[in-house]
Ligand binder design. Sequence first.
Ligand code: FES
Length: 156
Amino acid sequence: MAATAPADVPAIAKKWKDKRGSLIMALHDLQGRYGYVPRDAALELGKLMGVPLARIYEVTTFYNFFKLEAPGKHIISVCMGTACYLKGAPELVARLSEKLGIKAGETTPDKQFHLQQVRCIGCCGLAPVVTVNEKVLAKVKPAEIVDQVYACAKGA
Ligand code: FES
């Protein structure tokens, strides 16, 4: 788990604050981004949206959809928004799937990697974009994606 809340929590809070049903949608965004609802992020989200932490836990524990634990140590998110899709995101998913032996939405048996497809993460000018945990990889080339992901996993 990250020691500090992920950097994009304020953007998610801003997007959903004051909208109807906003807490659930904000939590959906968080999980879409990280594969689960990180505790630090939930705390920060609650503060920014003026929602008590107890209410956040009520929602996340009521709906089976929400995961409170990371599905894998390293979460690889391939953006499938339009810009990234058109610039080759499907091939990035295919390369990672082949190398890791899992499909999008799955975790490797050793729990080291979770691969997921996400919607636009708001940096289309860098397409195609992949994130590994909180690190953003920009203008990723299919031939380099696997090495880049492993480098991130090693902390490079
Ligand atoms: S479409 Fe991928 S960052 Fe916007």
